[in-house]
Design a protein around this ligand. Structure first.
Ligand SMILES: O=c1ccn([C@H]2C[C@H](O)[C@@H](CO)O2)c(=O)[nH]1
Ligand SMILES: [Zn+2]
Length: 135
């Protein structure tokens, strides 16, 4: 559980990230801020492509940046977008975050009314397929 002030700070970082989105096709800007257990924050934004299926979401760009820096222990990810409503991570991002950031990761979302919703990845992706299923 992330403290309210920390949640708001992480959301502000995600808003900063959303400004970097490359979204000329959907015009839907998404930002993510992923914080490690040691307090380091990695930002991500969606990056689209004229071959639409090659688009990558904000959540995965943040996670991949962190992994490339050797990070293994994560606390929370905040996700913001142009939507009035909460922006939950898509199914592909749930799967990737589950493997790279762990099922206890807190997913923090906000809406334009200023409400905050926090759920764990376990709640967002129950009974997931993971590396143990390959054993
Ligand atoms: O949680 C989400 C949902 C959507 N998108 C991106 C993908 C695409 O660029 C645009 C519209 O789906 O938003 C994200 O980055 N994260
Ligand atoms: Zn996604």
């Amino acid at each position: 559980m992330v403290r309210k002030l920390d949640k708001e700070q992480l959301i502000s970082k995600a808003v900063e990230a959303a400004r970097k989105a490359y979204a000329p096709y959907s015009n839907f800007h998404v930002g993510a801020a992923l914080i490690t257990k040691s307090g380091k924050i990695y930002l991500g934004a969606n990056i689209e492509n004229s071959s639409y299926g090659l688009t990558i979401c904000a959540e995965r760009t943040a996670a991949f940046r962190a992994v490339l820096e050797g990070e293994k222990e994560f606390d929370a990810i905040a996700i913001v977008s142009d939507s009035e409503d909460f922006t939950p991570p898509c199914g592909a991002c749930r799967q990737v975050l589950s493997e790279l950031c762990g099922k206890d990761l807190s997913v923090i979302m906000n809406n334009k009314k200023g409400e905050i919703k926090e759920m764990t990845l376990e709640e967002l992706l129950p009974f997931s397929f993971d590396k143990e299923n390959l054993e």
